[in-house]
Design a protein around this ligand. Structure first.
Ligand code: TEU
Length: 540
């Protein structure tokens, strides 16, 4: 069992991300809730995870599914009550599971009292909580675009001013230069720590030091000053884990975000490996994945942060497509490829994150446009249509990359609505739940679920996975991802066939007599079979 009073306990932990809207509904409104999560804690305990990253459950108009917070100190009634939240924290703790809340500090909702006050006039004390620029209705301060499409500035006629928002207009950016803003956020964080929350995931944290006049959003000039202050003032509690979402992080920057002295954050959650199969700077244009590039990317991070920082390990989250649909196989090798991808990731150094349903090999969904809820999908569709793209091409991008792919309800059973709700689910349930669901997975010792359970256990049993040095084997091989981890006398080898064909592979001499820790085919063969993965271990 993990001792969470120990500094750095999270280096040995495995986290599980819950997207509350889609996890488990208990009151029949078609939306998941906190009581639903409580009711599934035994399932998570069986999987063996140490913590839950809970996507936002704060009070919110839900324009961006909770990433638009209107009250940071309250629970959205859709999810339950503060009493439910307290019960969840407690019930999780009883199972040695920590709750990690998702803090959205870069922006809030336009319905937050701060913004409603700010709109009252330039003299209002909350006006400076946001980023305003003077100008006429036809002359925005500059041509910056928001992440969800459309301008990053919205005009307020009564004030004769524009406000800045990196995301939807309903998500005004907070002015981190204002010390009162920062202090208010730190106090709010302490409020949750006092409630027993054991860490935080920090939404788009590399964007808080923005400088819109110079068109800087990520990695702004004052970012590290803010992060150090945040860490000092809000995270002084021993043992808190802090995870910084940073789309703009490279290895060098990540060393600073996750410096072992704890001056900023515990770990970085970066996306370089998740952008390699983009054809352009936009995620919507899909290119084939080059395994050679993927391996080089992982190697650079594994080597670059060794002893100097700490990374998150993940292949999915609520913003990314399902990995089995992306780099695995949705057909005959669905479960085999899901296990292979998990093996590839879970042998590395870092803290693994399993996104709900990944342990069931959940896949992308294909809906007609009207079936999607995500604001980003609809903005993207309209933008591409205006640019002259064909409907079919736009839908192909959405089917490959739309965020709702990962947000369909959790598949608990083969029954109606996959056991997620007795009402009408807020987003369609994937038809494949008849085959891929938790009930079936729990009953089958060979399931993807039990494979993840084993991987989690192996990480706990093998210090070399946490601390060993990483070496990439055959970097130029386009089909096989093989690496070793070495520490003192302990050696681990991970071999993964990323293709649907047999591939020759020669075991390095040291590992010929090695013990198999886990594999997705029963016995080794002459060559590697489609999507085969093996993790083997030996000692000198
Ligand atoms: O995501 C950051 C972010 O920039 C993503 O929106 C990402 O760029 C996008 O999905 C790719 O097109 C975080 C949250 O994870 C996301 O759900 C929120 O919508 C966003 O911040 C705003 O809070």
């Amino acid at each position: 069992m993990l001792d969470k009073r120990k500094r750095g306990w999270w280096q040995q932990a495995v986290f599980y991300q819950i997207y509350p809207k889609s996890f488990q509904d208990t009151d029949g409104d078609g939306v998941g809730d906190l009581r639903g999560i409580i009711s599934r804690l035994d399932y998570l305990q069986e999987l063996g995870i140490d913590g839950i990253w809970l996507s936002p459950v704060f009070r919110s108009p839900q324009v961006d599914n909770g990433y638009d917070v209107s009250d940071y100190r309250d629970i959205d009634p859709m999810f339950g009550t503060m009493a439910d939240m307290e019960e969840l924290i407690q019930a999780a703790k009883e199972r040695q599971i920590s709750i990690i809340m998702d803090l959205v500090l870069n922006h809030c909702s336009d319905q937050h009292i701060w913004f409603r006050e700010a709109l009252k006039g330039r003299e209002n004390p909350f006006h400076d909580y946001f980023l305003w620029r003077d100008g006429g209705p036809d002359t925005p301060p500059n041509d910056m675009e928001s992440v969800f499409g459309g301008p990053a500035w919205t005009y307020v006629p009564a004030l004769g001013q524009w406000y800045f928002h990196q995301f939807a207009p309903q998500q005004p950016d907070l002015n981190w230069e204002n010390e009162q803003v920062r202090q208010a956020l730190y106090e709010m964080i302490r409020f949750w720590v006092d409630k027993g929350v054991e860490g935080f995931r920090l939404d788009v944290i590399d964007q808080i030091g923005k400088d819109p006049d110079r068109k800087i959003t990520g990695n702004g000039p004052r970012l590290h000053f803010f992060l150090e202050e945040l860490s000092r003032e809000a995270f002084r509690e021993e043992g808190l884990v802090t995870v910084g979402e940073a789309w703009g992080a490279d290895v060098e920057r990540a060393r600073r975000y996750s410096a072992p002295d704890g001056s900023e954050l515990s770990m970085v959650f970066q996306f370089q490996h998740m952008c390699l199969d983009n054809a352009t700077w936009e995620k919507w244009d899909v290119a084939p994945l080059s395994l050679v590039k993927l391996k080089a990317c992982f190697r650079d991070w594994q080597e670059g942060l060794y002893g100097q920082g700490w990374n998150s390990l993940f292949l999915n989250n609520h913003d990314l497509p399902r990995i089995v649909s992306r780099w695995g196989d949705e057909g005959a090798y669905r479960e085999v490829s899901a296990k292979m991808l998990a093996t590839m990731l879970h042998g590395m150094q870092g803290t693994p994150y399993i996104y709900q349903g990944e342990e069931l090999a959940m896949a992308n969904i294909r809906l007609p446009l009207e079936g999607y809820q995500d604001v980003e999908i609809h903005n993207f569709y309209n933008k591409r249509l205006r640019l002259g793209y064909a409907h079919e091409d736009i839908m192909a991008s959405i089917w490959a990359r739309g965020r709702d792919n990962a947000r369909t309800p959790m598949q608990w059973t083969a029954g109606e609505n996959a056991g997620f709700t007795t009402g009408k689910p807020w987003l369609a349930v994937n038809e494949d739940h008849k085959t891929f669901n938790a009930q079936a997975a729990l009953a089958d010792p060979d399931s993807v679920f039990h494979y993840y359970r084993k991987l989690i256990q192996i990480r706990k049993d093998c210090p070399v996975i946490r601390d060993g040095r990483f070496s990439l084997l055959s970097p130029e091989d386009e089909h096989i991802f093989a690496y070793s981890r070495d520490m003192d006398r302990a050696h681990l080898l991970v071999v993964c066939n990323f293709t649907g064909q047999d591939r020759p592979f020669t075991m390095p001499a040291r590992f010929c007599q090695a013990r198999t820790l886990i594999a997705n085919y029963p016995e080794p063969a002459e060559s590697l079979r489609p999507y085969e993965a093996r993790m083997v271990y030996c000692e000198d």
